[in-house]
Write a protein that binds this ligand. Sequence first.
Ligand code: NDP
Length: 476
Amino acid sequence: EKAHIGVTGLATMGRNLARNFARRGHRVAVHNRRAERTDNLIEHFSGEGDFVPTYSLSELVQALERPRRLVIMVKAGPPTDEVVDELAPLLDSGDVLVDAGNAHFEDTRRRQAALAERGLHFVGSGVSGGEEGALEGPSIMPGGSQQAYGELEPFLSGIAADVDGTPCVAHIGPDGAGHFVKMVHNGIEYSDMQLIGEAYDLLRHAVGKEPAEIAEIFRRWNTGRLDSYLIEITAEVLAHTDAHTGKPFVDVVLDQAEQKGTGRWTVQGALELGSPVSGIAEAVFARSLSGHADLREASRGLPGPTGTRLASTDIDGFVDDIEQALYASKIVAYAQGFNQIQAGSAEYGWNVDLGSVATIWRGGCIIRAKFLDRIRAAYESDPQLPTLLTDRSFQRALNEAQDPWRRVVSRATSMGIPVPGFSTSLAYYDALRAKRLPAALVQAQRDYFGAHTYRRADIDGVFHTEWSDDRSEYEV
Ligand code: NDP
């Protein structure tokens, strides 16, 4: 009997995806470049289901029923191309090849187009949830043809996370749509983490709480509207004590955050699209800044404010203010991310359903949160919503949050505690609200030095002023 689905690349993610398929009753052909991983999977997990070990890509292809469904889970970048190039001549028209790694969406577009010429379906699929998600139920974001999705759907909906009976998988759109949405997911994840980091920093250094007390505050927040995986693990980390020193664990970790690059891709992509994801950008830059040890060391002697801690009577109120600032900034981060998806969808003609993106992010993935139900509801009631900020329920939340949010940003600033995420989110909110922006002056400056012209607010047309002459205006 042939296998129903195949997986090549049996490192952490691929092995767990293969196990997940097998646990759902599928016969799974497995392959890895180095045979050890294949043997290891069979040795340890063959009892979980029906695996077919194979030791070459041609053997893998031969083991599969047709049309073939084959998942690639190898290191993103050139290794994926190597595997795709070796597989393509072995496959037959109508076969479905899934790249479930973290590919850049432009690479996925290129691969999809090349394989389509050979009559093969290429599906670039985002998978989020890390090691545990891959095994227990990830959030899956496949992009590719509708027909290919039809072939995969019964398999993917079986292994995906499940929220209230709805699997966390949906056809995102053609070619690179799935990997694009996964990329923005990771960008939002950077934002979420940075904002939580800032809330912690304020609780620690403005309010003066200890990590164990802050863990309790996050636990409490996790029972309310901030309920999410990232808040939950934050409480766990803050409550943890280092075994070597007996100090709070967070105090012994080097304060330099690393990155693998999907946050950077999100910002690069946003710059190309002209999509202002300032919260995500600040989160990516905050990680870069943290890594510049020399620069930080050289700057340590720079003067800071002479401010003191909060008065003890203000403490409880300020803790609540921080919760409000965190929630409001989170709304902005998601609003920016969803707008970037909207912009990408328009640019590439993907027709992405934003409500369905929110739906499949409710479980399995790193940014899973109660909050996403609200986003889903927002796009369900108005699929054309220009920004989440104007959704009725978010507008109410922002209305309530804005004063505390301003207090938090101004208090942090006067105490010299950096809150790039909170402050850029607030600036975004205020800029969108503003009746007039100083962009008028910027455009006038551009016309002054570069004759870049301007439009008037009162009369149609494009104009230029003769700045170096008599300053008369003419229409160009
Ligand atoms: P790695 O990214 O560490 O990749 C290791 C796997 O790639 C091994 O199976 C390795 O084979 C294979 N490989 C590397 N180079 C080649 C090549 N030239 N030809 C064939 N195979 C090759 O594994 P992960 O499981 O961590 O991740 C797999 C994919 O999933 C990546 O694209 C990653 O970005 C993505 N991802 C990872 C997540 C995570 O939490 N780790 C979360 C979501 C997505 P060998 O054993 O022979 O060296």
